[in-house]
Write a protein of this length. Structure first.
Length: 331
């Protein structure tokens, strides 16, 4: 016997790396050193920092991958993977620099996984970070045929004196919510449970989706907020804190950017909850509290600013094509 007979095709793995080479290179920044295919990725620190601090974050896509596999649509989950990491790193005030992914499957499918990596590369371009390496693991017998898992991590950089750690937040500051692009990458175990329980077809096109299928809507990738926020800060936005609204929704994630003893009373009527969440709630008979504790409910990211920055902040994000809402004040 040999490795190929055991289910691992080393030559196919080499061909796969060759297939994705140009996608990876398209994300590179001037600081990237070395070529693709080494044992590690090399990245030089950008100049201009007095006390540079590296900020790291890691995440996966979760069971949203099950829907991608069912629909045979694999591009968007790559964007999700990058988004979940870079948005987290951004909350410290850091600029994402580079990204690495880990892709594991039972049997390497060139077309399928090339589509995944094309999404990862697109996500990196949207975030302005370089894809400098990764790992593709072929693990026969470990994953069902056609399925794969994704994980990744990002490293960013911030000036030490500019780190957002909660200490800048003051009573009276205002939480500005930035619209999400949909369900993002959290709560899909519940979504899938509802779909299975009620035999719902992902090909259904409910009226509220304007001829888009349910599957398309649910696979809409997580919005990447990096460039609009970093550009806003350079343009003069004075952001005191940031929160990425992921699993646990606003109740769990918003307090993470606040100092101990402070809170925010969020006005649930200050923004319009997208129809996809109303559909999940109604079809699955999910109570409102459970919805807010599971999903982003239309708010994918929150920035905290002083009272005199509210209008400027909302107008800035409008100029970037992102709806922003006054959620409430810090008290």
């Amino acid at each position: 016997m040999d490795y190929k007979q055991a289910g691992v095709d080393v030559e196919a793995g080499r061909e796969f790396v060759d297939n994705i080479r140009n996608m990876v290179i398209s994300t590179h920044r001037p600081e990237v050193l070395g070529a693709l295919g080494g044992f590690s990725g090399l990245f030089a620190l950008p100049s201009g920092y007095k006390e540079p601090v590296l900020v790291s974050g890691t995440d996966g896509v979760g069971t949203k991958l099950k829907l991608a596999n069912t629909l045979n649509c694999h591009h968007t989950v790559g964007i999700d993977l990058v988004a979940m990491c870079v948005n987290d790193v951004l909350t410290s005030g850091a600029e994402p620099l580079f990204f690495l992914d880990y892709l594991a499957t039972g049997k390497l499918n060139h077309q399928q996984l090339t589509e995944v990596v094309s999404g990862i590369a697109e996500g990196c371009r949207l975030a302005g970070c370089a894809l400098i390496g990764g790992e593709t693991a072929e693990m026969p017998g470990f994953y069902p045929p056609g399925e794969y898992d994704l994980a990744g991590f990002c490293v960013g950089i911030v000036e030490k004196s500019l780190i957002l750690d909660g200490s800048q937040v003051k009573v009276g500051d205002v939480a500005i919510g930035l619209e999400s692009s949909g369900v993002h990458s959290n709560g899909f175990s519940l979504v899938r449970k509802i779909i299975d329980e009620y035999n719902i077809s992902l090909q259904d096109c409910p009226d509220f989706l304007n001829q888009k299928s349910l599957g398309e809507a649910l696979l809409t990738p997580t919005k990447i907020y990096v460039k609009p926020i970093l550009a806003g800060q350079k343009a003069g936005l004075d952001i005191h804190g940031m929160a990425h609204i992921t699993g646990g929704g606003l109740p769990e994630n918003l307090p993470r950017c606040l100092p101990e003893g402070m809170s925010i009373d969020v006005d649930r009527n200050s923004w319009q909850i997208p129809p996809i969440f109303r559909w999940i709630s109604e079809v699955g008979n999910v109570e409102e509290e459970a919805m807010f504790n599971t999903f982003n409910m239309g708010i994918g990211f929150v920035v905290l600013v002083s009272q005199n920055q509210v209008e400027i902040t909302i107008n800035w994000f409008a100029s970037q094509g992102i709806k922003a809402y006054y959620l409430g004040e810090v008290n």
